[in-house]
Design a protein around this ligand. Structure first.
Ligand code: PMP
Ligand code: GLU
Length: 406
């Protein structure tokens, strides 16, 4: 190398990663931890994770796994006992028929999603993503060099994509559609009829894979859940993503899975075998206990989230300039805030929802996430997976901060 050439740090970073956005949910949460470390009393409504500890019987199973020396490499797609427990769950709760061989256990649903996308999307393939959508979907498609085709929805449509919108988004290059119900970040839950209408559009397109993110399945206040895998017309090309993070308050244990057509499951196993191997042995044994043990903990946590949903909807609806719908699942509220945009706090102009999220962090000490990170500028996201006291205090602080704008 000629000595005169100067290299910057970024020269060492691949274009692939340079082009990738950082996770805004994790970044905002990190920022709020930093402020906390400086002694600022921040209420963190940015990251979405249950605030409950993992149920005792699940923790006990993990301790037993340690004592029983589950300390060796695990099979790449997961222990057969866990894959069987997942197949049983899919049959029992969702009426779906998957063989254990079609289940691939991963380090969180995040890896399961990324495995499926990297295993099926070729450069230039289009992936339809109705927005608002969880921050990582578009970035994972970018990693696969696919093209994310976003289809915007809004609060007036309860954030649901219509069959007409879906039909208009399909092209000869469409490879996949990603759907999340109950949704992060909106909390919307598609009814069976709404899903059927989307399936009717997809049925004549056997080349399109349906990637169904059902991680919030059990945080659902409607009393009914329809898995996208339950439509016979498209079942053979539907991939289900789920895991223990949300339903069993196990975000840190990092266990998720895909249930997929066998060829896709094998491809995910091949991929995972080259870059992470099987997921943690101890966490897999804990997840097995989650699926095979009593499900009372799931119902109890859902009831607590529902109560908080009612509280936060009531309080957020009173904040001037916030338009709020009633989320039917997950633990997020996604108010439309465009009436606040253009207002000022001294010299500071709140021009975008990103400015608003930053203003709320710095002036109200409440961490939220800019809707733009979910492909929906003009909105912000709160997670209400925190105590009633925190929620009351956070909403009071936001309300006061908004009223200080002029
Ligand atoms: N999908 C959605 C919609 C999520 O909100 C999350 C939470 N991060 C995930 C997938 C990934 O979950 P996990 O913790 O299992 O990786
Ligand atoms: N799903 C959570 C969220 O959206 C966790 C953070 C993340 O992985 O994005 O806040």
């Amino acid at each position: 190398m000629p000595e005169s050439i100067q290299y910057t740090d970024m020269d060492f970073i691949s274009k692939r990663v340079q082009n990738l956005a950082s996770s805004a949910t994790l970044a905002m949460s990190q920022k709020s931890s930093e402020l906390r470390a400086q002694g600022v009393d921040v209420i963190n409504l940015s990251v979405g994770e249950p605030d409950f500890p993992t149920p005792a019987h699940i923790k006990a199973a993990a301790c037993k796994a340690i004592d029983d020396n589950f300390s060796f490499y695990t099979p790449v797609p997961g222990y057969m006992s866990l894959r069987k427990a997942v197949a049983d769950k899919l049959s029992r709760e969702n009426g779906l028929s998957f063989a254990p061989e079609q289940i691939v256990v991963s380090t969180g649903a995040k890896q399961a999603l990324c495995n499926v996308i990297l295993s099926t999307v070729n450069p230039g393939d289009e992936v339809i993503i109705p927005t608002p959508a969880w921050v990582s979907y578009i970035e994972m498609v970018k990693l696969a060099e696919g093209h994310a085709v976003t289809v915007p929805t809004g609060i007036d449509a309860d954030f649901k994509v219509s069959p007409e919108q879906l039909r208009a988004a399909i092209t000869p290059r469409t490879r996949m559609i990603m759907l999340c119900s109950p949704s992060n970040p909106t909390g919307s839950v598609y009814t069976r009829d709404e899903l059927q209408a989307l399936i009717d559009v997809l049925a004549p397109h056997p080349e399109i894979i349906i990637l169904a993110d059902e991680i919030y399945e059990h945080i659902n206040y409607t009393g009914s859940f329809t898995s996208l895998g339950s439509f016979p017309e498209t079942a053979d090309r539907t991939v289900i993503i789920n895991g223990v993070s949300k339903a069993y308050a196990m975000t840190g244990w990092r266990i998720g899975y895909c249930a997929a057509p066998l060829a896709i499951a094998k491809a995910c196993t091949k991929l995972q075998g080259q870059y992470t191997s099987g997921a943690s042995s101890i966490a897999q044994k804990a997840a097995e206990a989650a699926y095979t043990g009593s499900q009372q903990c799931v119902a109890d946590m859902c009831a607590a989230f529902r109560r908080r949903r009612d509280l936060v909807v009531e309080l957020a609806s009173k904040i001037p300039g916030f338009r709020v719908n009633v989320p039917k699942g997950a633990f997020y509220l996604f108010p439309e805030v465009s009436a606040v945009l253009g207002k000022r706090f001294g010299d500071r102009v709140i021009a975008t929802s990103g400015d608003l999220a930053m203003y709320l962090l710095e002036e109200a000490h409440v961490a939220t996430v800019d809707g733009a990170a979910f492909g929906a500028p003009g909105y912000i996201r709160f997670s209400y997976a925190t105590s009633d006291d925190n929620l009351r205090e956070a909403m009071a602080r936001i309300d006061a901060a908004i009223r200080r704008l002029n």
